[in-house]
Design a protein around this ligand. Sequence first.
Ligand code: ASP
Length: 439
Amino acid sequence: MKKVVKFGGSSLASAEQFKKVRAVIDSDADRRYVIVSAPGKRNPKDKKVTDMLYECYAQAESGKDFLKLLRDIRDRFQKIIDGLHLKTDLSEEFRIIEQRFREKAGSDYAASRGEYLNGIIMADYLQVAFLDSAKVIFFDANGEFDYEKTNDTLSKALKDVEKAVIPGFYGSAPDGKVRTFSRGGSDITGSIVARAVKADVYENWTDVSGCLVADPNIVENPEVIDIITYKELRELSYMGASVLHENSIFPVRIEGIPINIRNTNAPDEKGTWIVQSTGQRAKYTITGIAGKKGFCSVNIEKDKMNTEVGFGRRVLQAFEDNDISFEHMPSGIDTMTVLVHQDEFMNKEQNVVSQINRTTHPDSIEIESDLALIAVVGRSMKSSRGTAGRIFSALAHANVNVKMIDQGSSELNIIIGVTNDDFETAIKAIYDIFVTTKI
Ligand code: ASP
């Protein structure tokens, strides 16, 4: 068996956390490739090293004195080194970082140093090889991740390596400059490495015991999801559920490698399995609920719009011409609704409306703002009857007015639109009906 294990920032925030990580790695010889994030917060008031690096680089770039902050960053690493009684010497590394900051090496370079240095320390601590991601993870000239070049190089580089530490979050561009993924991108690195070594499992270690059925800020102590498919997770992450970086599914999906989300602080818990497909029925009819606030609906009405060829295209053209992407588009016989992000839409609202008026001559256009979308996701919904009925009766009992309903043809999800004010109440009501009362 071959396992790729990725540890997030909170799992690596201090020497104590490093010790827990080593215990996890030592307890299973299959855990061979270790991906590290930069040190995260040690307590809620603390700063993430990545944020400190961005800040420090911004000071350097604007010609301010950045050395004090750079020393604070160095202190963070030194505390870990001392706490682990290591002899790792980062003086030369910090000399280079200082010089590269003065040369304005870029904020991606700056941010990447958190993972880079943490990787050096971890490799020293575990006594295994260190592989700099800049040499094996590549972006193309447009800044897009280069899947095939990376996969080729990385699989060759790790072919005969028994164990290694690889820093997450960054790689390099064709001009040799360091580039990072978006924030939280070490998850993607883990997935890329898992694909390259054809791992049996990609373990993603964090500070929660897996993906939760609902947001814990809304539902008290929500249950952990035992098993979820890539597709279900994709639906939930799109709607804001945030355990994994949403792009981290794609590399492992190519090889069908399962992801296991685990908790470094509770290593005996099984966590959540994210898989290609499963015959196991979910514990409840629904797998998860997630949602987002801040949408606007544009409702266009015109008698017999269904007989007008090109009507829908002309409506959508107005959004495209104003550079606005739409999220959903439920429609009726003589109505069509386009849901968009409020902050993107607001300052272009009148341009869009006037273009729709000009090109489609509708009977009316109504705009409603401050809407929230909630996705109720579950592979078991397909084979169970009455799911939608239960959702809507739960919402009716909670006094929530449903503004919009959209069920994907895959029957994997039902999207419901409510007002921003009803958002939390609606999520609680749906959670209660499916999970608390278990029907
Ligand atoms: N350290 C980076 C961040 O804070 C990347 C990561 O941790 O995945 O976003």
